[in-house]
Structure formats: C-alpha cells, structure tokens
Design a protein around this ligand. Structure first.
Ligand code: FMN
Length: 213
C-alpha cells in the first residue's frame, strides 16, 4: 500500500465510464488508495468565473484597499479551494489531451488555485512553490502517441504543461502513466490500454516501496 492518507483524484474527462484516462486512474486508485480517495470531476465542479473583476479584487486586497463584500467572498472561496487542494498528500490528475493541451476546465482550475502568497511566493531569491512534499500522478490520454521518445513528442503541451505547473508550485515527485494512442486500429488501441494498465501496476509497485512511506 502506498501510504497516501489523502488522495485527490482530479478528473478532467467528461466521459464518465467511457473515459480511458478515468478507467486507468480508477485501476490505479483501487490499488493505491481505494478508501481514502476524494474525486473532483472538473466538468461537474461548477467552477466560479475567473475574470477581470475577480483579478482587480485581488490587486485591491493586496494593496490593502477596501473591496465589496462580493469580491471578498469570491476570494474567500478561492482561498478555501486552495486550502482544499493543499490538504491532500497526493493528487492524481487524469487528463485527456484536447487540442494539444489540457481540457479547459482543468486550465480553469489551475488558474483558480495558482496565486502568489497562496500557492507560491516570490522574493529576491526567486519563486518558492507552497505545494512541495507531495506526490502528483499524471494519467494522460490522447489519440496521438506523443510519448517523450516518439516522433510526435514535440506536440505535447499536455503533460509538459502539467509538469511545468506542478514544478512551479513546488511539486517535484511527479509520476506519469500514458494512455495513448487511443485512436487507430483496434489492436493498437487495445495494446495502448494494456500498456497503460501495466504502467499503472509498475507505478503501484514503485509507490509501495518502503523508502517512500
Ligand atoms: C475537444 C477534443 C480535442 C482533442 N484533441 C486531441 C489532440 O490534440 N491530440 C490528441 O492526441 N487527441 C485529442 N483528442 C482525443 C482525446 O485525447 C482522446 O480521445 C482521449 O482518449 C480522451 O481521453 P478520455 O477517454 O479520458 O476522455 C481530442 C478530443 C477532444 C474531445
């Protein structure tokens, strides 16, 4: 067993039981944290808008200026969302590739929870992420085979973005499982699924080694 007391599954596919990334994520969860997982499906999450008014409110709050009760409540809700995110000791993001990057609700979530003084700090020495010490697992799916050593690797703005963002907020222990290609000949897709489940099994074994608990 991995030793994750609290695991958040951030699910970025809207396809429910038909989602290939979710299927591999569930396979993994059943093996690493079946009883302690919380699921956040971002298509069901009804995320609040992050627009100009919300941004201006943040700058006003940082400057110590008065803000409307509505703006104060918006930022309290964002703070609560960040506290919720940081309360986990591991996150599993299941992420389809959409137009070379990530599905828009996941980007929306990232924009909501990534703010100076809340998820990272900046000073003369540079940026310090406040989410360090946790583990992130990325289960990424896609029609194209953009795995790192292949000829389409340069098209990856999905896993590369997730890794860059996680590093930025201080996360260095990042594990990945690839579910791709999910489009093509049936045998090829079946082989991709089989490979993903095997990668998930290897990850389960790696996470179970005593040195990480
Ligand atoms: C709006 C949209 C855009 C997509 N864009 C890409 C893409 O750029 N590259 C790719 O490899 N697959 C793309 N796909 C295919 C999905 O990544 C693929 O079907 C994947 O298996 C979906 O994961 P899921 O089954 O977990 O939802 C796209 C799918 C959708 C719905």
């Amino acid at each position: 067993m991995s030793g994750f007391a609290r695991l958040l599954h951030v699910e970025a596919s809207p396809r429910g039981s038909r989602s290939r990334s979710s299927a591999v994520a569930r396979w993994l969860i059943d093996r690493i944290a079946p009883d302690t997982v919380e699921t956040l499906n971002l298509f069901d999450a009804d995320l609040p808008p992050f627009d100009g008014a919300v941004m201006e409110g943040r700058y006003a709050l940082i400057a110590g200026e008065a803000v409307s009760p509505e703006v104060a409540a918006q930022w309290e809700a964002i703070r609560a969302r960040i506290d919720h995110f940081l309360s986990f000791d591991a996150w599993l993001f299941s992420v389809p590739m959409w137009n070379f990057g990530i599905p828009y609700p996941l980007k929306h979530y990232v924009d909501l929870i990534t703010h100076p003084g809340m998820t990272f700090t900046v000073d003369q020495t540079g940026v310090t992420g406040l989410a360090s010490g946790r583990t992130a697992i990325l289960v990424g799916s896609g029609a194209l085979d953009i795995r790192p050593d292949g000829p389409m690797a340069a098209l990856d703005h999905q896993m590369a973005f997730m890794r860059t963002w996680l590093n930025f907020i201080g996360v260095t222990d990042i594990r990945t499982v690839d579910v791709r290609p999910t489009y093509g000949m049936a045998e090829e897709v079946e082989a991709a699924m089989q490979r993903a489940y095997e990668e998930a099994d290897a990850l389960t074994a790696a996470l179970s080694r005593p040195e990480r608990v």
